[in-house]
Write a protein that binds this ligand. Structure first.
Ligand SMILES: Nc1nc2c(ncn2[C@@H]2O[C@H](COP(=O)(O)OP(=O)(O)O)[C@@H](O)[C@H]2O)c(=O)[nH]1
Ligand SMILES: [Mg+2]
Length: 277
């Protein structure tokens, strides 16, 4: 494995599908299997594994060595776990550093956002939208949308509050299913974005401050097969978000001083065939 810090991964397509993983051994191979065929030609696929402690990397490596997928994927690992937020900052720096990437779609490696939803973005790949995001919607997807009722109400209430506090109306501030344009990402100081879980909300806030063209599309999220935040964790998350939305408003948005500076985060490129010790 080669340690890199010059962000030079040979991306060649205008679209990048970035897949953050952390202990997704049960899901990651089927997530890649479920990526609609057209996207294997349209997009580069970059898995950023955040130092999983389970079989996530071995499962990917096994599938790669069997040439399971139509095209090669890129697989990298930072040299330590850098959190959900750090994984995003690294991926967006790599995208901005590449000469080709025009748009980035984040697709969670745990499969909670079904990869078939990628097709919902097709109409917007050549659009003026700087940010397109999916909001969970039980009225559009009454059977498929699996967010437990309590969580659903909390997410909707928190989102209504965050729209109020920030002055930017969004159908959901907690979605992890998003597509960003290069033009939009370039205006952000990635390093200044929050290091917490609510980085998706911070980027939404930035898009509001920048007056970015934003599009919301109804989606569904899987929960049946997944752990969810409960009790104190859930309360901590709620208070975190409430504190952050006020901070966003007070501090204003993290503007890039110049074209977004490349991240200095070190990472390893995991070539096909190498397995974790
Ligand atoms: N929990 C966690 N997830 C991470 C991390 N790095 C990447 N991820 C991935 O980021 C995605 C979102 O995390 P998750 O906990 O499922 O958040 P949620 O579904 O948005 O509530 C998943 O695909 C995780 O595997 C990390 O350090 N911690
Ligand atoms: Mg998840």
């Amino acid at each position: 494995m080669t340690v890199e810090n010059n962000l030079n991964i040979s991306l060649s397509k205008r679209l990048l599908i970035y897949i953050p993983t952390y202990n997704c051994a049960r899901y990651i191979v089927s997530v890649l299997d479920e990526i609609p065929a057209e996207f294997w030609n349209l997009a580069d696929i970059l898995v950023v594994d955040n130092r999983s402690t389970d079989e996530t990397v071995n499962n990917i490596q096994k599938a790669r060595s069997e040439h399971r997928w139509p095209n090669p994927i890129h697989l990298i690992q930072p040299n330590k776990n850098i959190g959900y937020s750090g994984s995003q900052k690294l991926a967006y720096s790599i995208a901005l550093n590449s000469g080709t990437t025009e748009r980035v779609i984040m697709l969670h490696g745990d499969g909670q956002y079904p990869p078939e939803l990628l097709s919902e973005y097709s109409p917007y790949i050549d659009s003026e939208y700087g940010l397109v995001y999916g909001y969970r919607d039980k009225s559009t997807y009454p059977r498929k949308e699996e967010t437990p009722a309590g969580t659903y109400r909390i997410i909707k209430a928190l989102s209504a509050l965050e729209s109020l506090v920030t002055g930017h109306s969004r159908k959901e501030w907690h979605t992890g299913f998003v597509m960003y344009s290069r033009e939009f990402l370039q205006q952000l100081d990635l390093e200044e974005l929050t290091d917490t879980y609510h980085i998706d909300g911070h980027i939404q806030f930035a898009s509001g401050e920048l007056g970015t063209n934003v599009k919301a599309i109804p989606i569904w999220k899987r929960y049946k097969d997944y752990e969810q935040l409960k009790g104190l964790n859930r309360l901590t998350y709620i208070f975190h978000v409430m504190r952050l939305m006020v901070q966003f408003r007070i501090k204003g948005m993290p503007k890039a001083k110049n074209i977004s500076a490349p991240s200095t985060q070190q990472f390893s490129i995991i070539p096909i065939g190498s397995t974790e010790d």
